[in-house]
Ligand binder design. Structure first.
Ligand code: GFB
Length: 438
């Protein structure tokens, strides 16, 4: 631990910008004189991209709490893939394809799963010549499969956890090889194993997860994977730490550049940060509260279709109804350009365009040759987040993330918290206004 203490001091001087895929520790805030511990996690297969982004925030806050209690936990980012909404069944996609790792690291230290496997982490920056590989080929010490209580919540909701026998589907997701290591999905990496596996019934939040991991049976372990991590909630939904984690989730610089310069904002939407008052500081920690953002001269719409038509049938407009809403908005706001983010099939998009009057120009980003489903989703969200006015789909987490981006950029509330109403209720209730807190 002497070595770690010395390294901690050296790390304080490491240039922020030089290594964007490795973690750094803010030594003013956290002690690094303790043994590193790696927290891995995974989420239920059926959950979509944007709920997964929310689960990241819950886990990042659990790591923050663990670090504040003196433990040196590092969050290992679960590779993306096998999402049932994605047309292409890709697996093992790294976070840097979507997010800016340097920004994530300004909230809590994170590393990619690949780097965890290679044993690459902060200490390699400093000890370039003698970079050691602590985790390479080592199994994960423990998988903890979170589940609810078989008997339900009882009469009141209390935060608690207990080791319990595994309920379905936990017992089918991990298999022991003889009496040695455990096999599981592990994001498609076939060689990865865990030494121990157990199920824990839990009801609680990031703080409850911290309490679980503070237990003495984890003290000797250096890597713990929490599966079904969506089971835990936010400790305080919408508080300053919720927003810090959210603000740290800046999109990858490459995606922003594509959205800003090479394609839409500049070329088609007459939109740029200077005119739109949407500029951001390089370091999200320096952002300050504002409500003056104007946004580009276009309407951003998130038009959720496909499975949403079944899940939220009563709450969505028809195609013609959507066109009517857009026509009215465009007249009211005097905006003739529309940026359309949607998962709708082409026939529905063509039908929507058919109903719109000719002066209304509809733009979409569709370069699926160069970009994967998740990257196009982020470009869609980014472009909706920079529009003068945004309207989303009822209770879609895809729309929620756009609303959060707009809160971070600093738009007036009235331009953000809007939803498409169903044809039979044009005065429908508008979304809750989850305002940013600094
Ligand atoms: O992100 P997501 O959880 O949002 O799932 P919801 C929807 C997925 O559909 C996205 C695609 O991750 C994208 O892959 N998608 C939807 C879009 N809208 C767009 C869009 O405008 N542009 C692009 N490029 N892609 C929930 C699901 O979805 O809906 C649940 O998480 C369930 O599993 C429920 O299916 C009905 O919150 O909208």
């Amino acid at each position: 631990s002497f070595l770690l203490l010395v390294l901690g001091t050296v790390l304080a001087d490491v240039d922020d910008s030089s290594h964007n895929t490795v973690s750094r520790v803010d030594t003013n805030k956290y002690s690094v004189a303790t043994e590193k511990k790696f927290l891995l996690y995974d989420v239920n297969f059926g959950e979509g991209f944007n709920l997964r982004r929310d689960v990241y925030m819950r886990l990042a806050n659990a790591v923050r709490l663990l670090r504040e209690s003196g433990d040196n936990w590092i969050l290992v980012l679960p590779p993306w893939g096998r999402l049932h909404h994605w047309q292409r069944m890709e697996v093992a996609l790294s976070w840097r394809l979507f997010f800016d790792l340097e920004s994530l690291n300004r909230f809590v230290p994170v590393i990619e799963f690949e780097d965890f496997l290679d044993g690459t982490d902060i200490y390699c920056i400093v000890l370039e010549d003698s970079c050691f590989s602590e985790t390479e080929n080592k199994p994960i010490d423990q998988v903890v499969y979170l589940q609810h209580y078989e008997e339900g919540w009882g009469t009141e909701y209390v935060r608690k956890f207990d080791e319990r026998k595994c309920l379905p589907p936990a017992n089918s997701h991990y298999k022991q090889e003889g009496d040695s290591d455990w096999r599981g999905w592990f994001y498609s990496y076939e060689d990865v194993r865990a030494t121990n596996f157990k199920c824990v019934s839990i009801q609680g939040d990031s703080g409850t997860l911290r309490d679980l991991l503070k237990q003495s049976n984890f003290s000797e372990m250096s890597s713990v994977m929490i599966d079904r991590a969506e089971t835990i909630l936010h400790e305080n939904f919408g508080d300053v730490n919720y927003w810090k984690a959210r603000r740290s989730m800046r999109y990858s610089k490459e995606l922003i550049e594509i959205a800003d310069t090479f394609s839409f904002r500049d070329k088609y939407l007459d939109s740029d940060d200077e005119n739109d008052d949407t500029g951001m500081t390089t370091d999200w920690r320096k952002e300050r509260s504002k409500r003056s953002a104007k946004g580009g001269p276009y309407i951003g719409i998130h038009w959720r279709r496909r499975d949403f038509l079944y899940a939220r049938k009563e709450q969505l407009p028809s195609i013609k109804g959507t066109a009517d809403i857009l026509e009215n908005l465009s007249e009211k706001l005097k905006l003739n350009k529309i940026y359309l983010a949607t998962d709708a099939p082409e026939e529905e998009i063509n039908e929507l365009k058919y109903y719109l009057r000719e002066e209304l120009e509809v733009f979409r980003f569709t370069d699926s040759q160069k970009f994967n489903d998740g990257q196009i989703a982020i470009i869609d969200q980014y472009l909706c987040a920079h529009a003068r006015h945004f309207i989303g789909s009822h209770e879609s987490t895809f729309s929620f993330r756009i609303q959060e981006d707009r809160e971070i950029i600093g738009f007036p509330i009235s331009s953000t918290f809007n939803r498409l109403c169903p044809d039979n209720n044009l005065e429908c209730e508008q979304p809750s206004k989850w305002k940013i807190v600094f």
